[in-house]
Design a protein around this ligand. Structure first.
Ligand code: GDP
Length: 478
């Protein structure tokens, strides 16, 4: 009752690396040709939103059906857009202005509800916006393996130009392989210089259309509501190129974009449906939470019976609160939902209770590499901002050769926490912090489990240390 990761990925038509990442999140460090048991494979498949069919239960042979939707069942869906950019460049203002420009809410007197995402109907089509601007939402979701966004609108203030978080956002969108549309904002300001924005973007290899490139750009003013229609048109144009489609006639799956415990209503999650249609009464799993849909509430605050692809909807009926970025999937029976959540809980506990014998330091890795006892340098990266984290990961991926390579077990933004140490310890990884520190609990846990934590404030130094380990040249710390 076993299957290799590669084979499982093939059958699901997913990338093996995504399967490995998922397993990693559950505390299993495996490689592409490693074998996992049928139960694990089933959970993974379910988690990735596939319906699982064991070809013959009695048989030792297990089969997982790839559940790609038939081309004939695919129907166009609205693009899902995230707005990113430097602080104060007008992300929130733009999201608000666009929402107010919506024909339906506009006419209804602007009665809206914040649920973490909303849809805008334009004469040219519908657009879904994730309205938690900034990189955190995007980061949280990507860190958990969720691909939510089809397009990034990069907001750059015309009076300020390209700033550090602009660059971060660019890196971000690139890493996620999501196309960018540039919104040059604040063109109403007297000192606005849109041309400067275009030129500065060139340095980051973004060539906008008016400069002969293929990145769509629109000059807007969120304050004066100038050219919002043009921006929406650009989004729709770009999404036409992407040919976004999904099968609405299947059990739903999607991603949790927001979740909280509401005093009156209990656990509430906003889910962005990615495939299929979610109905009241459906049984579902979201991360390690599950429930039966008691009510669905749309972004206008109305109760609805169902929600299809690209539609954001608040879901009531959870038994506990999932997290942003959790995969959401409808299952056919309560029993199945319990099995999946139990399994995830168990994995989580196992990870917590993992023996603390694991010891990892860069120096030790170096000597093990020299002895030929290992072939990878497992590292866990925490950085102050996503852009740096991505930059570090990219640089580390370039290191190494056939014999040895860096293995990033996790990268993320924020201080080093106890759970980072737990994961590092489960993966025998060292923790490399860039412009962040470990909190007290994390330091204690690291001491106890013998996990080395190193701090850096220059990316080059960090990468250089890992390189030195690979080359057997790391200088001993004094
Ligand atoms: P965020 O941090 O990117 O979400 O930026 P905000 O939307 O909070 O905007 C920052 C500041 O810029 C606020 O004071 C806005 O009123 C202002 N602002 C945003 N868009 C425009 C614009 O198009 N024109 C002008 N003049 N000010 C704007």
């Amino acid at each position: 009752e076993a299957i290799t990761i590669q084979e499982l990925a093939n059958r699901m038509a997913e990338r093996a690396v995504d399967v490995i990442k998922l397993l990693m999140k559950q505390g299993q460090m495996l490689k592409i040709n490693d074998v996992i048991d049928a139960d694990t494979a089933e959970i993974i498949a379910e988690e990735m939103g596939h319906r699982v069919k064991r070809v013959s239960e009695a048989d030792v042979e297990m089969g997982l059906m790839g559940d790609e939707d038939a081309p004939d069942d695919m129907v166009s869906r609205a693009p899902v857009v995230t707005v990113m950019g430097h602080v104060d460049h007008g992300k929130t203002s733009l999201l608000d202005a666009i929402r107010k420009a919506d024909v339906v809410t506009g006419e209804a007197g602007g009665i809206t509800q914040h649920i973490g995402a909303y849809q805008v109907e334009t004469p040219g089509g519908t657009v879904t916006f994730v309205d938690t601007p900034g990189h955190e939402a995007f980061t949280a979701m990507r860190a958990r393996g969720a691909k939510v966004t089809d397009l990034v609108v990069l907001v750059v203030a015309a009076d300020d130009g390209v700033m550090p978080q602009t660059v971060e956002a660019i890196n971000h969108a690139r890493a996620a392989e999501v196309p960018i549309i540039v919104a040059i904002n604040k063109i109403d300001k007297p000192d606005a210089d849109p041309q400067r924005v275009r030129t500065e973007l060139l340095q980051h290899e973004i060539v906008v259309e008016s400069m002969g490139g293929d990145t769509l750009e629109v000059e807007v003013s969120a304050a004066k509501r100038t050219n919002l229609d043009k921006l929406l048109d650009a989004i729709l144009l770009q999404s036409e190129i992407l040919e976004l489609k999904a099968n609405p006639d299947r059990p739903a799956d999607g991603v949790v974009v927001e979740a909280q415990l509401d005093k009156g209503r209990g656990p509430v999650a906003t889910v962005l449906i990615q495939r299929g249609t979610l109905n009241v009464g459906d049984i579902f799993v979201a991360g390690s939470a599950w429930g039966r849909v008691r009510a669905l509430i749309n972004d206008r605050g109305s109760n609805v019976d169902s929600a299809g692809p690209s539609v954001p909807v608040e879901v009531l009926g959870l038994h506990s609160t999932p997290e942003a970025g959790d995969q959401f999937v409808v299952v056919d029976a309560e029993q199945r939902a319990r099995e999946i959540t139990d399994y995830r809980e168990r994995k989580r506990r196992e990870l917590k209770g993992a023996p603390s014998s694991a010891r990892a330091s860069l120096e030790q890795m170096m000597s093990q590499l020299k002895e030929g006892a290992r072939k990878e340098v497992p590292v866990l990266i925490k950085a102050d901002v996503q852009g740096s984290a991505e930059a570090i990961v990219q640089a580390l991926e370039k290191l190494g050769n056939e014999e040895v390579h860096a293995q990033v077990v996790l990268y993320g933004v924020g201080g080093i926490s106890e759970s980072d140490v737990t994961l590092a310890s489960a993966s025998n990884a060292v923790i490399l912090g860039f412009n962040v520190r470990a909190n007290k609990q994390a330091r204690e846990a690291a001491d106890q489990s013998g996990i080395e934590v190193r701090y850096y404030n220059v990316i080059y130094d960090l990468v250089d240390d890992v390189k030195a380990v690979m080359e057997g040249l790391l200088a001993p710390t004094v």
